[in-house]
Ligand binder design. Structure first.
Ligand code: DLL
Length: 433
């Protein structure tokens, strides 16, 4: 079994902790010097960078939240001048403003190597033909694995999303051996392969890297048996890096987290208390080597646990369990992060004020769908006739443009949505993942 960077991925705990501490001290100094946000909060909490003498001192530092990133939009959290930034990506924030991440040349080099690590762990080699079905663009997903696969020396097919029939044609003709996609899209591909009467065994697929959204062991079994490949889970988080933070090896017993670049902690989501090893809680990550966009104790919102026992593959990096839920109300729809507040703001702006509604999320076949169910109240009747008629279409358009996903809009009678203690649950997630 291949390991991309044995020197780092197989460090003893002592060696690893020594390296983490050196890097932590350096990054804490750097953010204090270069990022106003960190300087302010360190000063306010009386933290002196020089006092970080052991890894346990990390807990003295305040958390960084998505809200901090939003407030510092666009470049406030950058730790280098823009002239040193060679790439800019972004992901969805809690309002219509996204979060902007920067990468220096060195960040891209580290990113490529870290993505190469997780891809190698999944089984990708230089002999593979890698088809990437993540969306190229502002998201980090596609570029991360693209650079990782090129670093390994594999042949990359940068397909991007959509056009399932063409994806399958290319998969057949170009003899794709490694598929990179979300788990739900892999099932959609399997469905279409079946509909087209193609024998999945006639494809050349061997390895699948899936990530970007929660998925179950049941889905893994389904993908493996229907596409005849070995499916691994991969953790992607743009604020911290993108693909390359953590990924499963062929033993598939948790995702090895690249601890020489990121320190993980598990906290109680309500109290912020650091929980003992093995407990389930919210994952907090500190990036140790990012130059342009370092994160100190970033609250990911992802619920998981960490397993420090040795893995049969030989890597010593801790393994994080599959993520099955979030500590906040963020929804992940076909790999895209959606905050219910984004939908509410868009709806209320068209309705010209508050109006009773519910967001209904379902998985139909392999695809997640979003329906906005709106009660027809006097407020909507009071809109001028023209606006009243075009109301559902206007809501659909506005929400679609804010969250980047098509939604259905359904109007229902006043008071027909179920209420509990007089309140409608703003989200009804019917997915059984
Ligand atoms: O771009 C995730 C992505 C990659 C989507 C590729 C589609 C294709 P973000 O937009 O930053 O990153 O979303 C990160 O996605 O905090 C988790 O909640 C969730 N997530 C990522 N990987 C997994 C996974 C993209 N393997 C957020 N299992 C994270 C469960 C995951 N959830």
């Amino acid at each position: 079994m291949n390991i991309w960077d044995t020197d780092h991925e197989c460090l003893s705990r002592d060696e690893l902790e020594q390296l983490q501490l050196e890097r932590l001290q350096a990054i804490v100094n750097r953010v204090y010097k270069n990022v106003t946000h960190y300087r302010k909060i360190f000063n306010a909490s009386g933290i002196v960078a020089e006092e970080i003498r052991s890894l346990s001192d990390l807990t003295r530092l305040p958390f960084t939240t998505k809200e901090d990133l939003r407030v510092n939009y666009p470049y406030g959290m950058f730790a280098v001048p823009l002239r040193e930034v060679v790439r800019i990506h972004s992901s969805s924030g809690t309002t219509s403003k996204p979060i902007v991440m920067g990468y220096t040349k060195n960040d891209i080099k580290n990113w490529s190597n870290l993505a190469a690590r997780v891809m190698t762990a999944a089984g990708v080699t230089r002999d593979d033909v890698v088809q990437i079905t993540f969306r190229y663009g502002l998201f980090t997903g596609a570029f991360g694995v693209h650079y990782g696969a090129e670093t390994i020396g594999a042949s990359v097919i940068p397909m991007s999303t959509g056009n399932t029939d063409k994806q399958i044609m290319i998969m057949q003709d170009y003899k794709t051996t490694a598929l990179v996609s979300t788990s739900s899209y892999a099932i959609a591909l399997a469905d279409r392969v079946e509909q087209l009467g193609i024998d999945p065994k006639s494809l050349s697929l061997k390895t699948g890297l899936f990530g970007g959204e929660p998925w179950s062991e049941k889905m893994r079994d389904e993908i493996e048996t229907r596409l005849f490949l070995s499916a691994t889970d991969n953790y992607v988080i743009s604020e911290v890096l993108g693909p390359g933070v953590a990924g499963e090896c062929s033993h598939k017993k948790g995702m090895h987290l690249n601890e020489d670049h990121f320190i993980p902690e598990i906290i109680h989501p309500a109290t912020g208390e650091v929980l003992p090893a093995g407990s389930e809680g919210e994952l907090v990550l500190t990036s140790l080597t990012r130059e342009a966009f370092p994160m100190i104790r970033y609250r990911t919102g992802d619920m998981t646990s960490l397993d420090y026992t040795p893995c049969e593959c030989g890597r010593t990096m801790v393994r994080m369990k599959k993520i099955t839920r979030r500590s906040d109300d963020m929804l992940i729809i076909r790999g895209v992060n959606v905050h219910p507040s984004q939908i509410e703001d868009a709806l209320f702006s068209i309705a010209q004020g508050e109006t009773p509604y519910q967001i209904v999320v379902e998985r139909i076949g392999a695809m997640d769908t979003v329906k906005i169910v709106i009660e027809v109240t006097d407020k909507i009747f009071s809109l001028e006739l023209q606006k009243q008629r075009s109301f559902p279409e206007a809501v659909k358009k506005r929400i679609g443009s804010v969250i980047g996903i098509d939604v259905d809009v359904r109007l229902v009678e006043a008071n027909s949505l179920a209420r509990r203690d007089g309140r409608i649950a703003s989200v009804l997630d019917k997915r059984d993942i």
